[in-house]
Design a protein around this ligand. Sequence first.
Ligand SMILES: Cc1cc2nc3c(=O)[nH]c(=O)nc-3n(C[C@H](O)[C@H](O)[C@H](O)COP(=O)(O)O)c2cc1C
Ligand SMILES: Nc1ncnc2c1ncn2[C@@H]1O[C@H](COP(=O)(O)OP(=O)(O)OP(=O)(O)O)[C@@H](O)[C@H]1O
Length: 309
Amino acid sequence: MRIHHDWKALPPDARGASVAMGNFDGVHLGHRSVIDAARAACQAPLGVITFEPHPREFFAPDAPAFRLMNAESRANRLARLGVEHLYELPFDAVLAGLAPEAFAREVLAGGLGVRHVTVGADFCFGRQRSGDARMLAQLGRDLGFEVTVAPLIGDGGLQYSSTAIRQALAQGRTRDAERMLGHWHRIDGAVLHGDKRGRDLGYPTANMAVEGLHLPALGIYAVLVDVLTGPDRGSYKGVASLGVRPMFGENRPNLEVHVFDFTADLYGQHLSVALVEYLRPEARFDSLDALVAQMDRDSAQAREILATR
Ligand SMILES: Cc1cc2nc3c(=O)[nH]c(=O)nc-3n(C[C@H](O)[C@H](O)[C@H](O)COP(=O)(O)O)c2cc1C
Ligand SMILES: Nc1ncnc2c1ncn2[C@@H]1O[C@H](COP(=O)(O)OP(=O)(O)OP(=O)(O)O)[C@@H](O)[C@H]1O
């Protein structure tokens, strides 16, 4: 998959794609159906148009982090779906200020020379979200590209959306999030150095930053861990604490992963951690022994939950 960071001066072979358009945060099942429709629409190379930063980050830079994944994880997931061109359009004041007609003419028809555009039925675009899917279809007829409006999908009355997935995760409903995503919610990143306390407790942990990402319910989770780099590459099971460690003062939230039956060094390696089941909130115990006894129970519970995976 090739990633294009602008819509101007694209090489000729990056033009003329059949594209799906939107933010695609989480790459959930609704997003996948739009991408599948773009793939089926015509013989052209498959593309995705998305925006970076996320438009909400541009308009409200101080609002709490809400993204389910960073741009890199989104790109990796889209590549695995067979997307050939990812157009990560820089979302700035110029792009935000384009009226729907100007966006369609300058970016879609002019810059990208799209052959076909697929969006979901609720898609809005252009200055102040004033353009909708019907307007896009009309603009396509005027400007010479085809438009497919994909029906919104969901299950049991619940429409799949990034917003619904964020809500489920914030309430610890990992399995509901999984049903909408079509995969476990994952936190990806490099292993950083922590306070090295875990080792003394008998629970060494690989620590990962969660800055810039939506925070699922703070607490302890049964997790599946993919080690993506280094000599110990592979899939493992474990238990993780997502939170501020109230036993040890005021801390920024992070993710601390204890991989079962694993003793090697993971510093600097890249992990992808799937939150499978929420076990309990973080707590402050009277002693370290009490914390360790609880960690033993957490591990036993996580092993049982993950036994069939
Ligand atoms: C299974 C598990 C359960 C945990 N539960 C708690 C908890 O309830 N309260 C808390 O303050 N920290 C909890 N922690 C976090 C530990 O305090 C933390 O991993 C330990 O301090 C090591 O930190 P370090 O890697 O920064 O050295 C838990 C960690 C794990 C792996
Ligand atoms: N459940 C769904 N079924 C079909 N298409 C969808 C669904 N959800 C989103 N889409 C479409 O997928 C593309 C990307 O979606 P986008 O990320 O903009 O929306 P979203 O998932 O609804 O996010 P949010 O909840 O933040 O609005 C858009 O074209 C959108 O209309």
